[in-house]
Design a protein around this ligand. Structure first.
Ligand SMILES: [Zn+2]
Length: 221
């Protein structure tokens, strides 16, 4: 696990597969996603802070929710409840909610598609968008199986396109970070080609999906 201080009281935890974000406030800290279940995330956090931790989940995929039961409370979008199946107290987040933590203020943006209840967090002072899995450099972006919806995914990318004047950089959960807002356009362009059946594909060797190669990113669909 690599721990990087990205800004004052703002840390990125990265195990080269998926990353989490830790923001320190005055009396508690905010952890955005909890990683894979084989990652001792709480031990890693305790190297940085002893503050109580509140968790926010960008979505309910297993690489973002491992060891959630080690924490006291979490928040996520209601549409993810059955996917996450939390065993700790939880609250729902919705469009426009503000999370205040120390010097940072995050606005919740609903971006369904990768999963029904996917959210992004927009830090409104620095204009950073923590975008979960919805926008990535290269990918693969998982779009097969239950809880996924390609039409909603495209709609959400159009929504982010229309917000680009409020976003300076993207902080995705996978691959390069940070990346430019151009990747919203790139993912949208390729997702539209995916929907229109215009991308080359081959069967995935292990998973029940095909791998589609876009111009910029690739998808498992
Ligand atoms: Zn993921």
């Amino acid at each position: 696990m690599t721990i990087t201080q990205f800004a004052s009281n703002f840390y990125i935890l990265d195990d080269q597969r998926v990353r989490e974000f830790l923001i320190l406030g005055k009396d508690h800290a905010l952890l955005i996603d909890t990683g894979f279940s084989d990652t001792p995330i709480l031990d890693e956090i305790r190297k940085i802070t002893s503050l109580p931790i509140e968790v926010v989940l960008t979505h309910g995929d297993g690489d973002h929710t491992g060891n959630l039961n080690q924490f006291k409370v979490c928040r996520f979008h209601q549409a993810e409840e059955t996917k996450i199946n939390p065993t700790i107290p939880f609250y729902f987040l919705k469009e426009g909610d503000i999370i205040d933590i120390g010097d940072y203020q995050f606005k919740i943006i609903e971006i369904p598609g990768h999963t029904h209840g996917s959210i992004a967090l927009l830090e409104i002072h620095h204009q950073w968008l923590l975008v979960g899995d919805t926008v990535q450099k290269d990918g693969p972006i998982y779009m097969f199986g239950g809880h996924r919806n390609l039409e909603l995914y495209i709609k959400s990318l159009k929504k982010l396109m229309n917000m680009k004047d409020q976003i300076s950089i993207l902080l995705p959960s996978h691959y390069d970070c940070p990346i430019s807002t151009n990747y919203i356009d790139y993912c949208l362009e390729d997702a539209v080609h995916l929907k229109d059946g215009e991308l080359e594909s081959s069967p995935h060797p292990k998973m029940p999906c095909r791998e589609y190669q876009g111009k910029h990113v690739h998808f498992y669909y």
